[in-house]
Design a protein around this ligand. Structure first.
Ligand SMILES: Cc1cc2nc3c(=O)[nH]c(=O)nc-3n(C[C@H](O)[C@H](O)[C@H](O)COP(=O)(O)OP(=O)(O)OC[C@H]3O[C@@H](n4cnc5c(N)ncnc54)[C@H](O)[C@@H]3O)c2cc1C
Length: 336
């Protein structure tokens, strides 16, 4: 599996791990290796999302980082960005119908929002990185100043271990993180739909839609706690979707579902990101709990993670610090 010793070992080639590796490389760090359990990147959350880039986020700390990340995504430097704009129902007084004729309601027009090519973004972050695919981390332990990491392809030794394992980050890093399943459904192509429409998000109602592949991508914003990788833990909420659509999209009746899939949004109990050193093991750094903001936020999440890794510490009161999730008395470092 190539060299068995490296400086920084990142677990997970999703947006969190990839963006962290991207910024480490930009900062001149060497000896960075990513291990990914799947045979290709983007199999889990980073390949199962709605790809929407938005400036409005309820939590102000998360919002600040997401807006920083969104600014980079909008440049289109790594991946195509479609500046569709968005209408956020419930947050403003502008009629949605002139922009999206089948829809009703009033909202806030956000011209800077849009949709990104997530696969392009992920591959852009991963360009020229040393990624070992098909390599699952099974456990790790301290070995003097270093860590020994057991994988399905043998043992690796590293100075620092970065937990960017998405839905599995709770298991890899012994953290209280919960993956919540959410479904996205796509309707068949229709001439009645305009691919240039903005995305519409009914914030109080919990429903969003946007053009996708000639049809509409619809989401009823369902949440169902599940084990990592268990996408069948709950049924798609088709009835709820139909009710939301009747209410917000009365001018569009063809709600047949051509395609539907679940993805996992992984959260800390306070729903804030987890970025920084572990208080139980200084060689472990978490980049996890990105919830529903990991596409838009990825560039800035990676920037902050790389900064903390290179500084060598995360202050216990720093924003997104992992210390808040740890009862130092109650946890032990996860054994291999
Ligand atoms: C339905 C849905 C809609 C969303 N919509 C949006 C949106 O519109 N805008 C937005 O900004 N965000 C959105 N998100 C959120 C975004 O997709 C996530 O926040 C982001 O993808 C999380 O990235 P990640 O790298 O943490 O996780 P992942 O992409 O899951 O990556 C983690 C990686 O770690 C690997 N891994 C796990 N355990 C191990 C191990 N032991 N050894 C080796 N590898 C391992 C996994 O295989 C995986 O590839 C949405 C999410 C969902 C589910």
């Amino acid at each position: 599996m190539g060299q068995t010793s490296c400086d920084i070992l990142i677990v997970g080639a999703g947006l969190a791990g990839a963006a962290t590796a991207y910024h480490l490389r930009r900062s001149g760090a060497e000896g960075v290796v990513i291990v990914e359990r799947e045979d290709l990147p983007g199999v889990h959350s980073s390949g199962r999302n709605a790809a929407m880039i938005r400036g409005y986020v309820e939590n102000p700390r998360v919002g600040e980082l997401v807006r920083e990340g969104a600014e980079f995504v909008r440049t289109g430097e790594l991946a195509e960005f479609r500046a569709s704009g968005s209408v956020l129902l419930g947050l403003g007084e502008e009629e949605v119908a002139p922009r999206v004729p089948p829809a009703v309601g009033r909202g806030l027009w956000c011209p800077n929002d849009g949709v990104v090519d997530v696969s392009g973004l992920l591959h852009g972050y991963l360009r020229e990185q040393d990624v070992r695919y098909g390599t699952r981390v099974l456990g790790w332990r301290r070995a003097g100043e270093r860590l020994e990491v057991d994988t399905t392809r043998g043992r690796l030794s590293c100075r620092l271990l970065v937990n960017a394992a998405g839905p599995w980050a709770g298991e890899v890093g012994d953290l209280p993180l919960t993956p919540l399943n959410r479904h996205l459904c796509v309707t068949p192509p229709s001439d009645a739909l305009d691919p240039d429409w903005p995305f519409v998000w009914d914030i109080p109602g919990g429903f969003y839609f946007r053009p996708e592949s000639g049809g509409l991508l619809l989401c009823a914003c369902n949440e169902h706690a599940a084990s990592p990788g268990d996408y069948d833990a709950c049924e798609p909420p088709l009835e709820a979707l139909a009710l939301h659509a009747q209410r917000v999209l009365p001018g569009f009746s063809d709600l047949r579902v051509k395609e539907c899939w679940a993805g996992q949004r992984t959260f800390a109990p306070d729903r804030e990101f987890v970025i920084g050193h572990d208080s139980r093991c200084g060689q472990l750094i978490h980049v996890a709990g990105l919830g529903g903001q990991g596409v838009g936020g990825s560039w800035a999440v990676g920037r902050l993670a790389a900064e903390r890794i290179l500084e060598g510490r995360t202050a216990p009161n720093a924003v997104f610090c992992a210390h808040r999730l740890m009862d130092c008395q109650a946890h032990t470092v996860r054994p291999a």
